[in-house]
Design a protein around this ligand. Structure first.
Ligand SMILES: Nc1nc2c(c(=O)[nH]1)N[C@H]1C(S)=C(S)[C@@H](COP(=O)(O)O)O[C@H]1N2
Ligand SMILES: [Mo]
Length: 318
């Protein structure tokens, strides 16, 4: 595996970079009155045919759930991507994801829930206060970044759909449209990309539905308009451009597990003690840094999430 040499990551906390944009979007919110649909105020209401420039979001920084390590640069986060729907090179998504149309967008919710249906993105976002959370992000390929996401807890959304007692897992699906996602014409993966979480993982307060990064709506290459972020798991669990969420009673299939079951398990928690069959997971290259760092158990979120896996052998449930 090769890595580009880079300058050191931006040492300025995201909170100090974005106040003007935050101010701007707050002003829009105020102008719209109090009963306004949050999504519309955030620029999610407009209908455009082509990819749009990332727009400022109104959010509150969640310091308690943020790491203090400096975030990687916007440049790193938005040009070094995995999004195979647009090609397999790290530079492909930034170069090619402009063909994805993210407005209008809807998400269908189904399965073991009292409330189901197909909802416009604006309705999905309605009533959810956006937070900025600076998370570590660790790819199974042994590189990592620190990313200032903007989003809200997945659990808060799931509660709105009133999962039944039979709901034990949550399944997610990415858009399937080879016209917009040219990589889907190539059968490297069994499209559409699918992922899943156990219910308690999905409800964990760290599990985020992200709509932005660095204070602005997600660029297409990062999974616009709505993507999952599960910071204690390898990056591939964080499925992009979600169009379907299903509450299910059995462990759902996941793309990488189906593609290479010996290499990628359903859980895929970051674990320096369990190597990938073809390479070590003990260390990682933080983009922008020269020397490798030690990879931390659960990506450094052990005190928050280890309880979810009590009594489970992490070598078996990998
Ligand atoms: N739909 C979809 N989601 C995806 C992927 C993908 O190829 N398709 N790649 C995954 C992998 S391997 C990683 S590391 C992260 C990368 O997210 P980022 O490009 O925003 O850093 O997205 C994950 N989500
Ligand atoms: Mo990844």
């Amino acid at each position: 595996m090769r890595f580009r040499k880079r300058a050191s990551p931006t040492p300025i906390p995201a909170s100090e970079i974005t106040p003007y944009e935050t101010y701007l979007s707050r002003r829009e919110l105020l102008a719209g009155g109090t009963g306004i649909a949050l999504g519309a105020a955030l620029g999610f209401g407009a209908r455009h045919a082509a990819a749009e420039a990332p727009a400022p979001l109104a959010y509150v920084r969640n310091a308690a759930l943020s790491v203090s390590e400096p975030p990687n640069s916007y440049q790193d986060i938005t040009t070094y991507n995995n999004f195979y729907e647009f090609g397999t090179d790290k530079s492909d998504p930034a170069a090619r994801a402009q063909s994805l149309r993210t407005r209008p967008w809807s998400v269908s919710v189904g399965g073991e829930a009292e409330v189901t249906g197909t909802f416009p993105l604006e309705d999905i976002l309605k009533g959810h206060a956006l937070e900025e959370r600076v998370y570590r992000f660790r790819c199974v390929e042994a590189w990592s970044m620190v990313i200032p996401w903007v989003g809200f807890p997945l659990g808060d959304l799931l509660k709105r759909f009133k999962p039944t007692s039979r709901a034990k897992y949550v399944a997610f699906k990415t858009l399937y449209d080879p016209k917009q996602m040219p990589g889907q014409s190539v059968r490297i993966l069994d499209w559409p990309y699918v992922e899943g979480l156990r219910m308690d993982e999905a409800m964990h307060p760290l599990t985020l539905l992200a709509v932005g990064l660095y204070g602005k709506t997600l660029p297409n290459q990062n999974g616009a308009p709505l993507r999952l972020v599960v910071p204690w798991k390898y990056g591939f669990k964080s499925i992009k451009s979600i169009v379907r969420i299903r509450l299910v009673s059995h462990q759902p299939p996941t793309t990488w597990n189906e593609t290479a079951p010996d290499e990628y398990g359903f859980y895929s928690n970051v674990n320096p003690n369990v190597d990938h069959p073809r390479w070590s997971q003990a260390r990682e290259r933080r983009l922008g840094e020269l020397w490798k760092r030690k990879t931390l158990l659960f990506n450094g979120y052990e005190s928050e999430v280890a309880g979810l896996y009590k009594g489970m052998d992490l070598r078996v449930y990998r």
